[in-house]
Design a protein around this ligand. Structure first.
Ligand code: TYM
Length: 335
């Protein structure tokens, strides 16, 4: 039996942070030998909210370089840009026509983002989960490694796939139902400014997140300023201390220690002792990624060749699924 297939992606909207790394990229890298991986830059998703055209291409390029710098290995992983494979847009249209509107109106992320935009909410924002569904189903993915915030989108993906198979491919299912792969630790990294909100690119405060390309000085400054509490002795899982739980979790994941080891190490610490420790650990964990990023990012020819290869491999699979979907829907095949 061949390897199971993994698919996942990140939006190129600048400021890639520890949440993206610990909730997604790091898990892709750790599991990559086990799977056949398709990892992409979700640039079509990036325009569902107002965006800056001058930034889109460079944010996309940076994210590809970061994927490589974080350790994605091209012998196991195919890296590509979503907009380079037109099947994503085409399948979205086809699936739009079988997706009930109220399934999309119920999406938590839509409701949250729509509130922020008032009257300017685009159809694209509402339709975003169908695009994400297409991303996944095109590759017949078995597993989708993501952070906790994407769980509802994956449930919708399964619902749409099942509905399609039921309506148009009863005898022989065309679309595979994927399973989410959400790790317990790191699936929900919280903001440094408020331990009850998730760390996010769209938070207007830079102090709320640590970015993968932050300098040691920036990291030190952000950790120094991050929200804590007045209690001495640091503990996990106290609902009254969300910041404490978040910072200890970050320390655990970035140091490679176990939760039990960290619980013992930090049980008598005050913040004055813990913050420098977290700062040093974060700087050291990000250093190899940043060094590799610097080496890769200037090599435009290499990045272009990675994306050319990626596009070809991705297109081959995506176009095959698209043809099967069109055939099931009854379209006349081109000659
Ligand atoms: P995006 O770009 O918002 O986030 C990319 C990945 O990072 C995870 N993540 C987090 N994990 C833990 N803690 C956090 N604070 C945190 N913030 C973000 C996300 O869960 C995600 O795994 N819709 C997706 C992109 C996408 C996609 C796909 C993913 C488009 N098509 C197909 C998987 C499969 C998104 O906006 O992720």
């Amino acid at each position: 039996m061949g390897k199971q297939r993994v698919l996942s992606g990140i939006q190129p909207t600048g400021d890639y942070h520890l949440g993206n790394y610990l909730g997604a990229i790091r898990n892709w890298v750790e599991g990559q030998n086990e799977y056949e991986n398709y990892l992409f830059v979700a640039d079509l998703h990036a325009i569902t909210v107002p965006h800056e055209p001058k930034q889109l291409a460079s944010d996309t390029y940076t994210l590809v370089a970061l994927y490589l710098a974080c350790g994605l290995d091209l012998t196991h992983s195919t890296i590509f840009v979503q907009s380079h494979v037109s099947a994503h847009s085409e399948l979205t249209w086809l699936l739009n026509c079988i997706t009930p509107l109220n399934w999309l109106q119920d999406m938590i992320q839509f409701k949250e983002k729509a509130v922020k935009q008032g009257e300017n909410v685009s159809v694209g924002l509402l339709d975003y989960p169908v695009l994400m569904t297409s991303d996944i189903l095109l590759y017949q993915a078995d597993k989708v490694p993501v952070g906790e915030d994407q769980k509802q989108h994956l449930e919708l993906t399964r619902d749409i796939a099942a509905r399609f198979n039921h309506l148009f491919a009863k005898d022989q299912p065309v679309l595979k139902l994927p399973d989410p792969l959400i790790r317990k630790e790191g699936a929900r990294v919280m903001s440094l400014a408020d331990g009850t909100r998730k760390m996010s690119k769209s938070d207007p405060s830079e102090l709320s997140r640590i970015n993968l390309l932050d300098t040691p000085e920036q990291i030190q400054y952000k950790i120094k300023r991050c929200k804590t509490d007045p209690i001495r002795g640091l503990t996990f899982d106290d609902p009254e201390r969300p910041e404490c739980n978040n910072l200890l979790t970050l320390y655990t994941l970035l140091s490679g220690k176990t939760k039990e080891e960290v619980a013992v190490e930090c049980q008598d610490m005050g913040w004055g002792q813990f913050k420098p420790l977290l700062t040093e650990t974060t700087i050291n964990a990000l250093k190899p990624i940043q060094e590799k990023y610097q080496a890769i990012t200037d090599d435009k020819t290499y990045i272009e060749s990675v994306l050319r290869d990626g596009r070809e491999k991705a297109q081959a699979i995506a176009n095959q699924t698209l043809s099967q979907v069109k055939a099931a829907l009854g379209y006349l095949a081109p000659v």
